[in-house]
Design a protein around this ligand. Structure first.
Ligand code: ATP
Ligand code: PRP
Length: 216
């Protein structure tokens, strides 16, 4: 970890897009857009703040090991990662969606022991264990909607926002596991060592989240 700089891990795509206005409120703006550059370290208008561009699922790992001081990560990813080594002080209320069980629209009989395809193995295990339902979990890394269509699984556990992806693949949401949004996460050691600057950024982000929700 660089001693002076604040390093912030973000992923491209929807999280970056939704996070930018929040960091702008904290007077932190990237000098280049990650979709327009191949660079993975992006400097900002503040000489002591930089962004790292990493895979969404890797953000907690960079923050856990202190390779980044802070990061923005979906609660779905945080649950799967386990949450070790960092604080989760702020719900940024962006990339909002729901973690759900989905079934084929035309399912007739419920099989005795369900096979569930998902990349959210921990969340799925916990959900069905709490229901006292024995299931077989099949780990996939994406395109979960395909699994029931070709009899790899009976159901899936996946994120749902509009429901369009499920619908397009002949599936329907059946059980709501939990709401998902993106969270600010902060390395435990950085929180102590760089407390003043981190607190400043956290306060500005919190204010941006509050302002946004009051505008709605
Ligand atoms: P990776 O690049 O590691 O495979 P990914 O493709 O899941 O990750 P994104 O699709 O950008 O990355 O998703 C990042 C985060 O956005 C997810 O962890 C989740 O919290 C949230 N998210 C995913 N899908 C939706 C959706 N349809 N609507 C709203 N938020 C979503
Ligand atoms: C996510 C999720 C669903 C889809 C749900 O995928 O895995 O497939 O969004 O959104 P909807 O309910 O609005 O259709 P994403 O678009 O992130 O693609 P991915 O498979 O690359 O993660």
């Amino acid at each position: 970890m660089n001693d002076k700089k604040i390093t912030i891990a973000l992923s491209k795509g929807r999280i970056f897009k939704d996070t930018l206005p929040l960091f702008k409120h904290a007077d932190i703006e990237p000098v280049e857009h990650p979709e327009k550059t191949r660079k993975l370290i992006i400097e900002t208008n503040q000489a002591d703040v930089r962004f790292l561009i990493v895979r969404a699922t890797d953000v907690p790992t960079y923050v856990q090991y202190g390779a980044a001081d802070m990061g923005v990560s979906g609660k779905d990813v945080i649950i799967e990662h386990g949450g070790d080594g960092y604080y989760e002080p702020l719900d940024l209320k962006i990339a909002n969606c729901r973690l759900m069980v989905a079934s084929p629209i035309d399912e007739i009989d419920e099989p005795k022991k369900l096979r569930i395809a998902t990349k959210y193995v921990n969340s799925a295990k916990k959900y069905f264990a709490e229901k006292g339902q024995q299931v077989e979990i099949i780990k996939l890394y994406g395109s979960m909607e395909l699994a029931p269509l070709i009899n790899l699984s009976d159901r899936i556990v996946d994120l749902v926002e509009t429901g369009n992806t499920l619908k397009a693949n002949g599936l329907k949401p059946t059980e709501h596991i939990r709401n998902i949004s993106s969270r600010l996460i902060i390395n435990r050691a950085s929180m102590k060592m760089k407390h003043q600057k981190i607190k400043e950024i956290m306060n500005a982000l919190e204010e941006a989240v509050t302002n946004k929700s009051q505008q709605k």
